[in-house]
Ligand binder design. Structure first.
Ligand SMILES: [Zn+2]
Length: 424
């Protein structure tokens, strides 16, 4: 009994050591990507540990809680998670999660060796073969039968049919789908009865035995929190607010041994909030500046949606909101979602960038529901979402690591955003 307790205490100590002192923005990003924070998801309270660190750093920096004694805004949601077993074996080869395979985020649990039935182009294009397969499956339900899906050569129309069929069959059988594209993981609020594994195509050859040991845990009411702080305006009785936001959550763990660090997405954006806080503490803005680190973004913009339903500042008092997500590169400039919607503000940003010779390019695009600005825009708040572009293409995979961030424009980005806010 002593050992686990000791390990738990040691973990707490490591996490606590992040809280006790002021960290530089990049150190905050590094800490958030470390294994102690479990990928800031839904295993081992990763997202809540990250929230604690962010609140502690707000306090260290001198960013105050907004209108209450707490930095936290709590809410909850259902989520599927993978805290424990995550093993796929092909023959005698034990595969590496995240590298050799990923599971569909809504996967259920299964343990055992599979008797494989194949579903491929040939089966789908021959009604007789498909009917025979479905009959066999019907007879063999609960007999450790798994379905091996090979979508090679299947046309777009048939692919839709295949995906519908897989979804239905996944209620009764584990699915092994051969996959050759880049693995991009996500989070689900639903769960299926059995796992759906995406397996690197070249790791399987016909006749090989596949064994699974995959365990999911569906959490009906996962308690999460946004972290909110602010720096008051230099003017007395200022009623206008500028919001600077970034989500701090990521995908968490896919089994006990594998976590997704989420460095570019979005430890980088969370960290840059602190660089900006430093600038607005040194020289106050004419507006109150609110900083929100949202949770639940990867589950479907849940934290920002909750905030717009339960705002702590009336939404009409928000002069402008700038959301920062994926701030770790910048070699190829930045893009602003809503840049073509809020043309005047976008043009100002471009002008500031040109005058100060900061970034190589500042691009505009239209409206998109792809980060935490979205529900604000929908409620009439002027907002844009800025993301950096560069050679780092790691996204929603186990390689989105702190070490791979170039931070090529980290200082220039801060300068650009600071000047933009001062000019609003
Ligand atoms: Zn993100």
């Amino acid at each position: 009994m002593f050992k686990p307790l000791f390990i738990f205490a040691a973990c707490l100590l490591v996490v606590n050591s992040f809280y006790a002192q002021k960290l530089e923005p990049k150190e905050i990003a590094k800490a958030l990507c470390s294994e102690e924070f479990h990928g800031r998801g839904y295993v081992s309270k990763g997202d809540s540990l990250a929230a604690q660190l962010i609140a502690a750093q707000f306090a260290e920096y001198g960013v105050k809680p907004l209108k209450s004694k707490s930095y936290f805004q709590h809410y909850s949601f259902p989520v599927n998670s993978f805290p424990k077993a995550m093993s796929v074996m092909v023959g005698q080869q034990n595969l590496t999660p995240g590298r050799d395979f990923i599971v569909s985020p809504s996967s259920g649990s299964f343990k055992g060796q599979l008797k494989l039935e194949t579903l491929d182009r040939g089966t789908l294009e021959t009604p007789e073969a498909l009917n025979k397969l479905l009959d066999r499956l019907h007879e063999n339900e609960q007999n450790n039968v798994g379905i091996l899906v090979n979508s090679k050569g299947i046309t777009k129309d048939t692919l839709m049919l295949l995906n519908q069929l897989i979804e239905e069959l996944n209620n009764y059988f584990p699915i092994i789908e051969l996959y050759s594209d880049k693995f991009t993981w996500s989070i689900s609020q639903k769960t299926n009865t059995f796992p759906h594994v995406y397996l690197r195509e070249n790791l399987y050859s016909q006749g090989k035995v596949i064994s699974l040991d995959i365990e999911n845990k569906f959490i009906e009411n996962y308690s999460s929190q946004n972290v909110i702080g602010y720096i008051p305006s230099k003017r007395w009785f200022c009623r206008k607010y500028v919001f600077l936001t970034a989500h701090y959550d990521h995908l968490g763990r896919m089994g006990e041994a594998t976590y997704f660090p989420g460095a570019n997405d979005n430890a980088s954006g969370t960290a840059i909030l602190f660089g900006l806080a430093d600038r607005f503490l040194k020289k106050r803005s004419k507006y109150n500046v609110v900083f929100i680190a949202f949770s639940g973004e990867e589950v479907g913009l849940l934290g920002s949606r909750y905030y717009t339903d339960h705002p702590t500042v009336p939404l009409k008092k928000i002069k402008f909101l700038l959301n920062l997500d994926i701030m770790g590169s910048g070699e190829e400039g930045v893009t602003l979602v809503n840049g073509s919607v809020f043309k005047q503000e976008f043009d100002e940003l471009v002008e500031i960038n040109k005058e100060n010779q900061l970034l190589t390019t500042v691009n505009a695009r239209g409206k998109a529901a792809n980060s935490d600005h979205y529900f604000f825009t929908e409620r009439g708040v002027k907002s844009m979402f800025m993301y950096t572009m560069g050679p780092n293409k790691n996204y929603h995979d186990i390689d989105d690591q702190f070490e791979k961030l170039s931070f090529a424009e980290f200082e220039d980005l801060q300068k650009l955003i600071e000047l933009f806010v001062r000019q609003l």
